[in-house]
Design a binder for this molecule. Structure first.
Ligand code: GLC
Length: 534
C-alpha cells in the first residue's frame, strides 16, 4: 500500500532567477520585492512550487553559487525580511518555495575561507588543504573551459586548496564535524523564514577519498542521510531536492531506502533531478526516433514510494552533455550548437526555443513530454513564453537575461538606464514580440498551451504518480506510453518525426481537447501529441 502522495510528488515547479525577474527599485537588478509583484503571473500559470536561485551576498563569480555570507541577502536583491515576505506572498497564493542550499563550497571571500587561509581556529580545517596538487587525481574537472586543475595554490597559507568548480569557490571540508554542523545551522536559519525545502546544490562532491573519483562516496551519503534526519525531525513537511548530475543508477542511492524494495521509504532525498533523460529528449526529437528515451527510462531504477523525480528541459546552466557518450555529445553539438560560441564546457548555452528553431510544434512536443513522463515538471523562467538567449554574454549569462513582461522599454523588467544584462531584442525573440502581456492576450499562445498542460496535469494524478509502460509501434518516430494509477490510464502519444503517424487507440477522452475519442486509428501530424485518458 503506497502512502498518501505528498505535495511534492504532484507539484509543478518554476525555476525563478530573482535577478532576472523584476526590478522594483530601478537599479537594473531584479530583486525580491520585484518578484513579489510578479507572483500572480506564476499563480495564474498554475505553478505550485517556486525554486529560487541563490540570493546570498556574493561576489557573483558563479552568479551567487559562490556564497560570501550564508545568513544574508545580496544588497542588489533586498534583505532577509524581503526574502521572508516573498515566501509569505507565495504561500498566500498557494505556492510553496524552495531555495538553493549550496553546501559543497563557499566563495573565497567568505570569512571562513579568509580565516582558514590564515590558519585561524576554528576555521583552520574548514576547507580541503594540501601540500601537493597531486591528490585525488581521479576526480574530473567540471568547469573544463576555465579551470586547469581542481587544486589552486594559496600563497597566504602556502598550500593548495581543493575546488570542484571555479577557483573562487573553495570546497568545504565535510570530514570536519564543525562544517557538517554549520550546514544544519544554515538550513535552520532559512527554514525559519518559512521555506518549504531546499534544492541541494552539487551534492555528489561533498567528500573526497584517494583512489576514487570523489563522487557519490558512501561517506557523502552518510552525511546527507543525517541532513535528512535533521530536516525530518524539525521540518517534516519540507523537501530536499538532489542536484546530482549522474547516471540513473548513481542517482538512485540519493533517495535512500532499499534499492530492491520501493515500498521501503526513502531516507535521503525526497526528489532528484533526472539529468540523463534531458539530452535524450532532444536527441530523440532530432533523430525522429524514440530509442534514446525508451532506453534511458528502461535504465532508470524504481525509487521509493515517497520520492519523486524532477524533470526539466532547460535550466540556468548550459544544457549539460555529461551524461551521454562522447560520440553522442559531438553529435548533439553538431546538431544543436553549430557555432562554437554556443558550446560551453560539456554543454550548450542555449534556451529551449532557440534550440528548437523556435518551431512551436517542437516546443510543445518537448513540453508535452515534460508533463507526461514520470517526475515533477520544472519550468525554467521565460520558457513559458519561449524566450530567446544571447550566446555572446559571458559564461551562462546568455540564458539568464531579463524576463520579458511587455513590449515597453526594458521589457517591463526595470526603469533603469542600464540593466545587469541586456534584454533580448532581436527580431525573432525580442521583447517587442515575445512577452507575457502579448501571450496572455492571445489564446493560441505558448503561454496558454502550457497553462492548459498544467491544468490537465493537475486534473489527472496518473500523470504525476502513474506507472510507466512504453508501447511498441513499427514507426520509431512514435513515442507512446501509458501512465496508470488507481484504475486510470493516460495514453500519451508523441510523434517525433516530420511525417504523419497513424496509431490505433481505444475509446477514451482527449484531455487537452476535452473531447471524446472513439476506438480506431488516429493520425498524429508531424510533431503532434495527444493525451488520451481511458
Ligand atoms: C550547480 C549549479 C551551477 C553552479 C554549480 C556550482 O551545478 O546549477 O549553476 O555553477 O552548481 O555551485
Amino acid at each position: 500500500m503506497s502512502p498518501v502522495p505528498t505535495w511534492y510528488q504532484t507539484a509543478v515547479f518554476y525555476e525563478l532567477y530573482v535577478r532576472a525577474f523584476q526590478d522594483s527599485n530601478g537599479d537594473g537588478n531584479g530583486d525580491l520585492r520585484g518578484a513579489i509583484q510578479r507572483l500572480d503571473h506564476l499563480a495564474d500559470l498554475g505553478v505550485t512550487c517556486l525554486w529560487l536561485l541563490p540570493t546570498f551576498p556574493s561576489p557573483l563569480v558563479d552568479d551567487g553559487y559562490d556564497i560570501a555570507d550564508y545568513f544574508g541577502v545580496h544588497a542588489d536583491y533586498g534583505t532577509v525580511e524581503d526574502f521572508r515576505a516573498l515566501v509569505e506572498a507565495a504561500h498566500a497564493r498557494g505556492m510553496r518555495v524552495i531555495a538553493d542550499l549550496v553546501m559543497n563550497h563557499t566563495s573565497d571571500q567568505h570569512p571562513w575561507f579568509q580565516a582558514s587561509r590564515r590558519r585561524e581556529a576554528p576555521y583552520d580545517d574548514y576547507y580541503v588543504w594540501s601540500d601537493t596538487d597531486q591528490k585525488y587525481e581521479d576526480a574530473r574537472i567540471i568547469f573544463l573551459d576555465t579551470e586547469p586543475s581542481n587544486w589552486t595554490w594559496d600563497k597566504v597559507r602556502g598550500q593548495y586548496f581543493w575546488h570542484r568548480f571555479y577557483r573562487q569557490q573553495p570546497d568545504l571540508n565535510f570530514d570536519n564535524p564543525a562544517v557538517q554542523q554549520a550546514m544544519f545551522d544554515i538550513a535552520r536559519f532559512w527554514m525559519g523564514l518559512g521555506l518549504d525545502g531546499f534544492r541541494a546544490d552539487a551534492v555528489p562532491y561533498l567528500i573526497e577519498r584517494e583512489g576514487t573519483n570523489c563522487e557519490n562516496l558512501p561517506e557523502t551519503h552518510a552525511y546527507l542521510k543525517q541532513l535528512r534526519a535533521f530536516m525530518d525531525a524539525e521540518y517534516p513537511e519540507a523537501i530536499l531536492l538532489c542536484e546530482a548530475n549522474q547516471w540513473p543508477e548513481d542517482v538512485r542511492p540519493y533517495f535512500g531506502g532499499d534499492p530492491d524494495d520501493p515500498t521501503v521509504l526513502g531516507d535521503e532525498f525526497h526528489m532528484g533531478f533526472h539529468f540523463p533523460v534531458m539530452p535524450r529528449l532532444y536527441m530523440a526529437l532530432k533523430r525522429g526516433d524514440r530509442t534514446p528515451v525508451v532506453e534511458i527510462m528502461g535504465r532508470t531504477p524504481s525509487i521509493p514510494v515517497n520520492c519523486q523525480w524532477c524533470m526539466f528541459l532547460r535550466n540556468h546552466d548550459e544544457l549539460t552533455l555529461e551524461m551521454v557518450t562522447e560520440e553522442e555529445r559531438h553529435w548533439m553539438w553538431r546538431e544543436y550548437a553549430p557555432e562554437a560560441r554556443m558550446r560551453l564546457n560539456l554543454g550548450i548555452r542555449r534556451r529551449l526555443a532557440p534550440l528548437l528553431d523556435n518551431d512551436r510544434r517542437k516546443i510543445e512536443l518537448l513540453n508535452s513530454l515534460l508533463f507526461t513522463l514520470p517526475g515533477s515538471p520544472i519550468i525554467y523562467y521565460g520558457d513559458e513564453i519561449g524566450m530567446g538567449d544571447d550566446i555572446w554574454l559571458h559564461d551562462r549569462n546568455g540564458v539568464r537575461t531579463p524576463m520579458q513582461w511587455d513590449g515597453s522599454a526594458n521589457a517591463g523588467f526595470s526603469d533603469a538606464d542600464s540593466l545587469y544584462a541586456p534584454v533580448i531584442s532581436d527580431e525573432v525573440f525580442g521583447y517587442q514580440r515575445v512577452n507575457v502581456v502579448a501571450q496572455k492576450a492571445d489564446p493560441a499562445s505558448l503561454y496558454h498551451t502550457l497553462r492548459r498542460f498544467i491544468a490537465a496535469y493537475k486534473s489527472q494524478p496518473a500523470l504525476a504518480l502513474g506507472d510507466l509502460r512504453f508501447l511498441d509501434h513499427p514507426d520509431p518516430a512514435l513515442l507512446a506510453f501509458e501512465r496508470s494509477y488507481e484504475g486510470k490510464t493516460v495514453l500519451c502519444l508523441h510523434n517525433l518525426g516530420e511525417h504523419d503517424v497513424r496509431v490505433a487507440v481505444p475509446d477514451g477522452q482527449d484531455m487537452l481537447a476535452d473531447a471524446p475519442v472513439s476506438a480506431g486509428e488516429v493520425s498524429l501530424p508531424a510533431y503532434g501529441y495527444r493525451w488520451l485518458i481511458q
